[in-house]
Design a protein around this ligand. Structure first.
Ligand code: NAG
Length: 289
């Protein structure tokens, strides 16, 4: 009698255990099915607007990353400006401290900017380009390396394909007339091949003028939200108003590596204030330094 009761208790225990295991198994299967069907998803950030024309900006929150940069960059997001030329704007690409750092490094060494002679491939003085500038060697220090890594991530082009950072300064009246970043001579494409992309970082705000203008851009150029703040020169094409810390990425080549004439661009004369910028040119191949 006692033995019978004992085994009954034992059987009850086993029954409870196997029931619990069965329920656990069923719950797991249901959870996997929900995940598989996409009804239930693990929390991952999502985009809040589809890509569209100039009127709707496409925002994407960039993941916060510790990349050894200087200072606090704040909220970052990107915006599609145009597909002809292919141009994208990255907000808060550089922190205020990084902008100040680049200006302080370059300021004591600024010399009058030159342009490349399309016949000889050498640098020459020109009234087309009236700014002053200097190059900061690639990989020069930890902060520059961090910025160069960020540029590589943004453009999907390896750091090794980039020229040194060129810091430029435009005072009132100074400009760079519309030109292409790609070369039409043999000399300048020997190292790294053709220039394919440009990342232009604004190191200062400009009170008036100083826009980057794409006069050959296709699409409705007056639909940009900052249209009414543009100078006369800025209204000649698709324009970007300089904002400290923003980076403009545009491509001089189409995805098949042919030259893209819609990438024609210039820097409008500064009307009020000062313009500081830093440019990174990226080549199709490795650029030896
Ligand atoms: C261009 O955009 C502006 C502002 O959104 C609008 O008023 C204008 O009608 C547009 N023009 C064309 C040709 O679509």
């Amino acid at each position: 009698m006692a033995k019978l009761r004992y085994s009954r208790i034992q059987a009850r225990k086993w029954w409870t255990l196997s029931m619990a295991l069965r329920i656990l198994f069923i719950l797991t299967v249901v959870l996997l099915m929900l995940l598989g069907l996409g009804i239930f998803s693990l929390p991952i950030s999502s985009d809040d607007a589809p890509p569209n024309d100039l009127t709707t900006s496409y925002r994407r929150l960039a993941a916060e990353r510790d990349d050894n940069g200087l200072g606090n960059r704040g909220e970052q997001w990107t915006e599609i400006l145009s597909w002809e030329p292919r141009a994208f704007l990255y907000h808060n690409f550089l922190s205020k401290e990084e902008c100040e750092y680049l200006i302080a490094l370059a300021n004591p060494h600024m010399t009058k900017s030159t342009v490349v002679d399309s016949k000889t491939g050498r640098s020459k003085d020109s009234r087309v380009r009236t700014s002053s500038g200097m190059f900061l060697r690639r990989g020069r220090d930890k902060i520059i390396r961090s910025i160069e890594k960020r540029i590589a991530d943004f453009s999907f082009i390896p750091v090794e394909h980039g020229e040194g950072l060129q810091v430029l300064h435009y005072e009132v009246g100074q400009k760079y007339e519309a030109h292409y970043d790609y070369f039409l001579d043999e000399f300048n494409t020997k190292n790294g091949g053709q220039r394919t992309a440009t990342v232009l970082m604004y190191l200062s705000d400009v009170e008036e003028g100083g826009e980057t203008v794409f006069p050959a851009a296709k699409g409705n150029i007056s639909s940009v939200p900052w249209w009414n703040e543009l100078s006369e020169c800025g209204k000649q094409g698709l324009s970007v108003k300089p904002k400290r810390g923003s980076a403009l990425l545009f491509w001089s080549t189409s995805p098949d590596a042919t030259l893209d004439p819609s990438s024609l661009h210039g820097s409008c004369p500064v009307i009020k204030g000062n313009k500081w910028s830093a440019t990174k040119w990226m080549h199709l191949g490795e650029y030896k330094i």
